[in-house]
Design a protein around this ligand. Structure first.
Ligand code: F6P
Length: 341
């Protein structure tokens, strides 16, 4: 069998572990040939690739990022490129393509799969918002990075009697904010799933100071927005890929809280540090398992499917199902966090 693998969309700790696992399972156990397309779908559309053997994946398990490179492709560009992609798959004699990616990548994978290409998807995202899998690799690492940052920020906030508003990633969902906020004992957690009321947030933070505490930490997911009419808010716009280009919720919240509370407030934007660097052991294991199962699915001709974690098992889920909705933070999960704020 000849397998093509690619990583697309925002990078994520654990991508290299999937690539390594695919190569080991395919080349060593099945005697397959594996090629890696460069920079995501772009590599497939431009037929830009290299052969992946055991040497090529040596020493990459603990390395962040992706040895293949990644990029985002505009949906219209990909739609126009379906025939080109089909031509390259035929030319290269590929029996399977394993795209590793998040929401956008999986939608593209579904599109190509519907067009008849032999696709087995692998979900990735630090945001943990792919509905069909209990967890995506990268999330555990990102939560660890954010939690460590929050622990550190607490000591400087306390020294200066400040409110620190810490913006973590999470375009549509607040999983990183929820988990890092719970793990670090944040004093308020703001997620996109629950538009915040500025009066309530001010009261929550203000109560801490009234109770004699010297500082407060607010964790906010980058995609969070205030309840309509609760404060003036610049939502930003969209980039060429249709993704939100946020105007900075932490910055806007800190200005508002400083004015309302009369306490010094500072925004801290963790940004891409949450995506970089070495994956945790959990993410390496999950990524390795996904790679193994993706190869197995290809050998069973189980195309149009996605690897997913359900409980402790890896199962295969139809790509169409995986791209239907995002996995948002349910109210009960938020309530568990709210109780310890
Ligand atoms: O989807 C993963 C993610 O890290 C989001 O949390 C974030 O909004 C986005 O990617 C950032 O993307 P970019 O690297 O294009 O700035």
């Amino acid at each position: 069998m000849r397998i093509g693998v690619l990583t697309s969309g925002g990078d994520c700790p654990g991508l290299n572990a999937v690539i390594r696992s695919v190569v080991h399972r395919a080349v060593v156990d099945h005697g397959d040939e594996v090629i890696g397309f460069h920079d995501g779908w772009k590599g497939l559309l431009e037929c830009d690739y290299r052969k992946l053997d055991l040497d090529a994946v040596g020493g990459i398990l603990a390395r962040g990022g992706t040895i293949l490179g990644s990029s985002r492709v505009q949906p219209a560009h990909l739609r126009d490129g379906v025939e080109r992609a089909r031509g390259h798959v035929a030319e290269l004699g590929l029996d399977a393509i394993i795209p590793i990616g998040g929401e956008g990548t999986l939608k593209a994978a579904h599109l190509l799969s519907e067009a008849g290409l032999p696709i087995v998807g692998v979900p990735k995202t630090i945001d943990n918002d792919i509905a069909s899998t209990d967890v995506t690799f990268g999330f555990d690492t990102a939560v660890g990075v954010a939690t460590e940052a929050l622990d550190r920020l607490k000591t400087t906030a306390e020294s200066h009697q400040r409110v620190l508003i810490v913006e973590v990633m999470g375009r549509h969902t607040g999983w990183i904010a929820l988990h890092s906020g719970m793990a670090a004992g944040a004093h308020a957690i703001v997620v996109p799933e629950r538009p915040f009321d500025m009066d309530e947030l001010t009261e929550l933070v203000g109560r801490r100071f009234s109770a004699g505490k010297r500082f407060a930490i607010v964790v906010v997911a980058e995609g969070a927005k205030p309840r309509a009419g609760s404060m003036e808010f610049d939502e930003g716009g969209k980039d060429v890929y249709g993704h939100e280009r946020f105007a900075g919720v932490a910055r806007q919240l800190s200005t508002e809280l400083e004015e309302r509370l009369g306490k010094e407030a500072r925004p801290v934007i963790l940004g891409h540090v949450q995506r970089g660097g070495t994956p945790t052991a959990y993410d390496r294991v999950l990524a390795t398992r996904f790679g193994w199962h993706a190869v197995e699915a290809a050998h069973r001709d189980e195309f149009g499917m996605l690897t997913a974690l359900r409980g402790t098992d890896i199962v295969m889920v139809p790509l169409g199902e995986a791209v239907e909705t995002l996995k948002t933070v349910p109210a009960e999960r938020y309530a568990e966090a709210e109780c310890v704020l």
